[in-house]
Design a protein around this ligand. Structure first.
Ligand SMILES: Nc1nc2c(c(=O)[nH]1)N[C@H]1C(S)=C(S)[C@@H](COP(=O)(O)O)O[C@H]1N2
Ligand SMILES: [Mo]
Length: 351
């Protein structure tokens, strides 16, 4: 099972490692846990946690693929199949108006996501109570979460409290707030919505070299000269900076998750406190670059899926600043390569 190929541009996390993404805990609420099924149903129902625990449990191995490019294949989850709760095999509990399913969390922002009903029935999500043989940890959605096979993990809501059947689509939190693709198919790389920025608008803002505070998701700035760019607090998720000149650029606190920075020239650039989750920095020039406080889950510094001898590796020197503990967020092969690069940079310095 572990030899199966991963979806494009995903990387396997270290064994025993399960990254924490998004909200860290449920809403503070003394009420006992339960799951409500409501909306276009013949009869709304609420199932208590104890009732869920008493129902027949199934154990399944499900591949987890996060949009920020880490994967954890064949995780073992146990719980109750949603289709059992929806009584698919007896008299379905939904009415003919039901076309979509919205999953709502018991969390401060009422985090949610949704799927078309027909896809939900095909994918048969699991209402999970246990992961890897243990009760589900609170930060991973315990005591109960949804796990939807075959979709990026943002379709799997932690601390599920309510499942609503709807006649119309109601976009979820990441899909409406952050431009995540509503399809979420990892095999088709449906990560983000296409950028809404026109090419002309992109060129205009590139000419100003001031991206600070702006929402420029998905902007295409590949090969551009953006030396001294100010991108402080900019929203640059999924942006393309391949081979761009970004010398002395300021990306402090910028969101660069899944940005393409392959072979970018980031000499003396500031990436302090930037979100680099899933960013691709392979072959980037990071000499004198400051990455302290940057979040690096799923980031890469070296090309993968190519033979070792020719893979492009980020360039660093003794002035590159990076928190060693932050490297723990990298997958094994990336961490090893960065540690080796840091060590040899240090040795050059010592001479
Ligand atoms: N309630 C809630 N569920 C959520 C999220 C969230 O922020 N809040 N984030 C989603 C995303 S983007 C991912 S990748 C997974 C992460 O689950 P984990 O922290 O258990 O790895 O949860 C998903 N479900
Ligand atoms: Mo995610």
């Amino acid at each position: 099972m572990t030899d199966q190929p991963l979806p494009p541009n995903q990387q396997r996390v270290r064994a025993g490692h399960w990254p924490l993404v998004g909200e860290r805990g449920p809403r503070n609420d003394a009420a006992p846990w339960s799951l409500a099924i409501a909306g276009c149903v013949r009869q709304p129902k609420t199932i208590s946690l104890d009732e869920l625990r008493a129902m027949p449990q199934v154990t399944r191995r499900i591949d987890v693929h996060c949009v920020t490019r880490w994967s954890k294949p064949a995780m073992e989850f146990s719980g109750v199949p949603l289709c059992d709760l929806l009584e698919r095999n007896t008299l379905p509990m939904w009415t003919s108006e039901a076309k979509f399913v919205s999953f709502v969390a018991r969390s401060d922002r009422n985090h949610s996501t949704s799927l078309p009903l027909h896809e939900t029935l095909q994918l048969d999500p699991l209402i999970v109570l246990q992961a890897e043989g243990q009760p589900l940890a609170t930060e991973h959605g315990g005591p109960l979460r949804v796990v939807v096979p075959g979709k990026y993990f943002y379709k799997s809501v932690k601390w599920i409290e309510r499942i609503e059947l709807l006649p119309q689509e109601r976009l979820g939190y990441w899909e409406s707030e952050a431009g995540y693709h509503n399809g979420a198919d990892p095999w088709q790389e449906q990560r983000y919505m296409a950028s809404t920025l026109s090419k002309q608008a992109a060129l205009r803002v590139i000419a100003t070299r001031d991206f600070s505070q702006r929402d420029l998701r998905g902007i295409n700035a590949a090969y551009r000269d953006l030396a001294n760019l100010n991108a402080d607090h900019a929203l640059l998720r999924d942006a393309n900076f391949q081979a761009a000149n970004l010398q002395h650029a300021n990306f402090r606190n910028a969101n660069l998750s899944n940005a393409k920075l392959q072979s970018a020239d980031l000499r003396e650039a500031c990436l302090v406190d930037a979100d680099l989750e899933g960013a691709d920095l392979s072959g980037a020039d990071l000499r004198g670059c400051d990455l302290r406080g940057a979040s690096l889950f799923g980031a890469s510094f070296r090309e993968f899926h190519v033979d070792d001898s020719r893979s492009k590796i980020a360039m660093i020197d003794a002035r590159t600043r990076i928190d060693l503990p932050a490297l723990d967020a990298l997958v094994d092969e990336q961490k090893t390569c960065m540690l080796a690069a840091l060590k040899s940079a240090q040795m050059t310095n010592d001479k």
